[in-house]
Design a protein around this ligand. Structure first.
Ligand code: ELE
Length: 212
């Protein structure tokens, strides 16, 4: 395993759940990150899907001690370059393309690319990725499907993401090939709109208490 991948492994081991966040309003970024970190989830994935995302990443990195900030929805070389410029600790992609993997070779930011079939998993393994996202997890066959990959491909560990809830997360976390789980259930839109940080901390604490 490369040094970059070992660094990524150490990050993903920090908590059983990685909140996947879509933040439109930069003013919400810091209090949201604080609420999640306070609950015990320090590893945060801020998706690059919104215009505000780069400023949100900057603000959280500057103001929230103990947060480990990565980027999400990294689709191409440009997304990876932005992630590196922002000082992201890692970058997550919903898939993988030859261009993205080429760009990742020259990037300091460790990439977590995604697969959702044995062939895709093997392809990424050939490229040196023993850590992969499994996306979209629930829609692709869920924990039963992912668990079945552990027999022929035990060297790959996954971060399943997509459609996972507080109720479903334990079924993934008990699998030998799961390192952590990604999800958005700790920061539902309604709580974010209401700025109910205490409720978000409570959901974060419940997620943090799940066993990886
Ligand atoms: O942005 C990316 O890179 C993605 O791959 C998509 C995210 O993982 C999902 O948006 C997770 O969202 P939930 O389904 O609400 O848990």
């Amino acid at each position: 395993m490369s040094e970059r991948q070992a660094g990524l492994e150490a990050i993903l081991k920090q908590a059983p759940v990685v909140p996947v966040l879509v933040i439109d309003d930069v003013a919400l970024a810091v209090p949201l990150a604080r609420a999640l970190v306070e609950g015990g989830l320090p590893v945060l994935e801020i998706t690059l899907r919104t215009k505000a995302a780069p400023d949100c990443i900057r603000a959280i990195r500057a103001e929230v001690k103990n947060a480990i900030v990565g980027s999400g929805t990294v689709l191409d070389a440009q997304g990876l370059e932005i992630s590196e410029e922002l000082g992201c600790a890692f970058a997550v992609s919903p898939g993988a393309t030859p261009a993205l993997l080429d760009a990742a070779k020259g990037s300091k930011t460790p990439l977590l690319p995604a697969s959702r079939s044995p062939s895709e998993t093997m392809f990424l393994l050939e490229k040196g990725y023993a850590l992969q996202k499994f996306f979209p997890a629930e829609q692709s066959g869920g924990a039963a499907y992912l668990g079945a990959l552990a027999s022929p491909l035990p060297q790959v560990r996954f971060c399943p993401t997509g459609g996972i809830t507080a109720e479903i997360a334990p079924s993934y976390l008990k699998l030998a090939n799961v390192i952590t789980v990604g999800g958005s259930w700790m920061a539902p839109k309604a709580l974010l709109a209401a700025k109910d940080w205490a409720a978000i901390t409570k959901l974060s604490a419940a997620a943090a208490s799940l066993k990886a």
